[in-house]
Write a new protein. Structure first.
Length: 147
């Protein structure tokens, strides 16, 4: 299969690419100018507006536990706008060092034009992410400082 084109194909390439840790390939799924937001991010990180910002966001830090995950329970909803899909899914996996299982549910609202993501709203369970990565205490401390 060649380069993904439809919103469905691009979404599937994205979630499976994350699960398979193909970090160098993922920025190419996004347009040069894009608008990616994480509305449930408790720290309210700013939108990612460029492919370069996404490349930096996706770059592995080399710290923290290794996660083995796969994208499961995928349901893709077509909309009346051919560029837009709503996709429900979960990353199911384990923390490599401890064997601890985890499930991270997510919903993406993607707008794909000419085979590239021009906007995305990524709704994730950030508390589970922080917990399995060993960052829950840091997140809680940062949230305390915001109040």
């Amino acid at each position: 299969m060649g380069r993904p084109q439809s919103p469905r194909e691009v979404f599937l390439a994205l979630v499976h690419g994350v699960a398979e840790e193909r970090w160098d390939e993922l920025p190419g799924l996004y347009a040069e100018q894009t608008d990616v937001r994480h509305p449930f991010d408790p720290l309210r990180a700013p939108a990612l507006r460029t492919r370069d910002e996404l490349r930096e966001h996706l770059r592995p830090t080399g710290t923290g536990p290794r996660l083995h995950r796969r994208a499961t329970n995928i349901t893709i909803h077509e909309t009346t706008d051919p560029e837009v899909i709503v996709a429900e899914f979960e990353y199911q996996g384990t923390v490599a060092e401890t064997g601890e299982p985890f499930v991270q549910p997510g919903i993406f609202v993607l707008r794909v034009r000419d085979g590239q993501i021009i906007s995305s709203r990524d709704y994730f369970d950030h508390l589970t992410t922080a917990r399995v990565r060993g960052h829950l205490d840091e997140l809680l401390a940062a949230l305390t400082k915001l109040t």
